[in-house]
Every structure is written in C-alpha cells, then in structure tokens.
Design a binder for this molecule. Structure first.
Ligand SMILES: NC(=O)c1ccc[n+]([C@@H]2O[C@H](COP(=O)([O-])OP(=O)(O)OC[C@H]3O[C@@H](n4cnc5c(N)ncnc54)[C@H](O)[C@@H]3O)[C@@H](O)[C@H]2O)c1
Length: 243
C-alpha cells in the first residue's frame, strides 16, 4: 500500500499551495485540485516532477459535476483520498449595499456548497475504511465579519463552521475527524506590502500570518496525533479574536 492520499483544493497558490507542500513533505501523496490547472501543475511538478506523489487535478468547486469528475479521477489514479482539505474559495470585497443576488449565489456556491459536496463524497469512503481527516478552511470573517471581505464571504465562512460540526458528529464513531481553521490575515500573493503592513498593525502579535503557519496547523489536524480533536474550530489569527 502506498502513502495516504490527501486532496487539497485551491492548491495552485496561497494557503492551499503551502498546505499541499507541507503535506507532501509529511509523506502524503498530494492531489492538488484547482481551477487554475497550469499553476497547480507547476506546484505539483515542483513537488514531484514524476507525478507519482503529487499531481494536479483540474476542478471548479463551484460546479458539483466538476467536483465529482475530479474526485473520480483522483480515485482512479490513487484510490479515494484519506485526507481532504477544503480550501478553495473566493474573497470578494464589496459593501453590504453593493452585493447582487447573483454574486451572493456565486460566492456561496464556491465557498460553501463546494465544501458540502466534496466532504460528502470523500466522507463516505473514509467512513467505510474507518479512518479519515477533513479540514475545512474557514475564516475569522465567519466568526466576526470580515477584515476586508463582504457579507457573502463572511456568511459562507460561518456556514462552514456549522457544517464542520455536523459532519464531525456524523463521523465521530467511524475514525473520521472533521475540523475547521479560522485564519485572519495571512500573507498571500494577492496582498501588497502596504496591505500586509496595515493589516499586521491591527493584529495583537503585530503581523499577518505566514502560509506555512497555517499549513503546520493543518498538518497536525490531518496527522496521527489528532484523533481526539473533532468538530473543533482552530483560531489562527495572531490573537485578533479570543474566546
Ligand atoms: N489569505 C488570508 O488572509 C485568508 C484568511 C482567512 C481565510 N482564508 C481562506 O483561505 C483559503 C485560501 O485563500 P488564499 O488567500 O490562499 O486565496 P488565493 O486566492 O490566493 O487562492 C485561492 C485558490 O483557490 C482557487 N480557486 C478559486 N476558485 C476556485 C474554484 N471555483 N474551483 C477551484 N479552485 C478555485 C484559485 O485558483 C486559487 O489557486 C480560502 O478559503 C480563503 O477564504 C484566507
């Protein structure tokens, strides 16, 4: 039997790429799912040019058929994933008054419905095999409203938190854990230096997070020592929100 298989969505850049890199380093075979296939392929090739332990799988998480097709391709190549990291999402900056109903639907489909569809697909096999790990990337915005993003984004991220608990309870007796992480501001390619400085100044530890710090938390949640942690929300926010 080969190494465990981890499917990471939105793995072409940002947090998803950092998570994919870390899980690969930790010995997983990593399936990098993303809309941006060329970039996902670039990251996969950087991890393993031979494509034996890292591979890109094109998918649009806003489209349930595309999710199913990508899941089937991963399964065909490596078998069903043992680990799922739902990370792909869009961040849309818009005031409450400017959000159109179509934009609301598009953000919710990409950020929330996708987690439901893919988790349910992956969880069935995990449950049957008696082991699995699901990590849902939510956000501080889902707890307190966003630092930068709109109400649709925040609502999608709040939805992820309760979905996490529902899946966790459903699967707790089957060796499958389901947890959420709530980063606040993490440095990604989309942020310029001014934004990094401005956001960092408002965070108690005095800086934005690094993608590797988020990846390390995910590595714990999908690893062998976290079997007693399920339904949890792990705050990764530099002290911005304490409870
Ligand atoms: N960066 C932060 O400060 C921060 C804070 C809190 C939460 N998050 C969450 O972390 C996750 C990753 O964020 P990021 O900052 O790395 O974003 P990013 O925009 O840098 O990367 C997102 C990735 O998802 C992919 N993607 C977007 N729509 C997709 C779709 N429909 N199907 C498949 N792939 C798609 C993109 O191509 C991209 O590779 C998101 O869920 C985001 O909400 C980020």
């Amino acid at each position: 039997m080969g190494a465990l298989v981890a499917l990471v969505t939105g793995a072409a850049q940002g947090l998803g790429a950092a998570i994919a890199r870390r899980l690969h380093e930790d010995g997983f075979r990593v399936a990098l799912g993303d809309l941006n296939s060329p970039e996902a392929e670039r990251v996969a090739a950087e991890l393993d040019p031979a494509g034996e332990t890292a591979r890109a799988f094109g998918l649009d998480v806003a489209d349930a058929d595309s999710i199913e097709a990508a899941f089937a391709r991963v399964t065909e190549v490596w078998g069903q994933p043992d680990v799922l990291v739902n990370n792909a999402g869009v961040t849309v900056k818009r005031s409450l008054w400017e959000i159109t109903v179509d934009e609301w639907d598009a953000v919710l489909d990409t950020n929330l419905r996708s987690y439901f569809v893919l988790s349910r697909l992956a969880a069935a096999g995990m449950r049957d095999r008696g082991w699995g790990r699901i990590v849902n990337v939510s956000s501080f915005a889902g707890q307190q409203g966003g630092l930068v993003a709109g109400a649709h984004y925040a609502a999608s991220k709040a939805g992820i938190l309760v979905l996490t608990k529902i899946f966790a309870r459903e699967l707790a007796g089957d060796g499958v854990t389901v947890n959420a992480i709530t980063p606040a501001a993490v440095r990604t390619p989309a942020m310029d230096d001014d934004e990094v400085t401005r956001l960092g100044a408002g965070i108690p530890v005095g800086r934005v997070g690094q993608p590797q710090e988020i990846a390390a938390a995910v590595a714990y949640l999908v690893g062998p020592d976290s079997g007693y942690v399920t339904g949890a929300t792990l705050d990764l926010n530099g002290g911005l929100f304490m409870r």
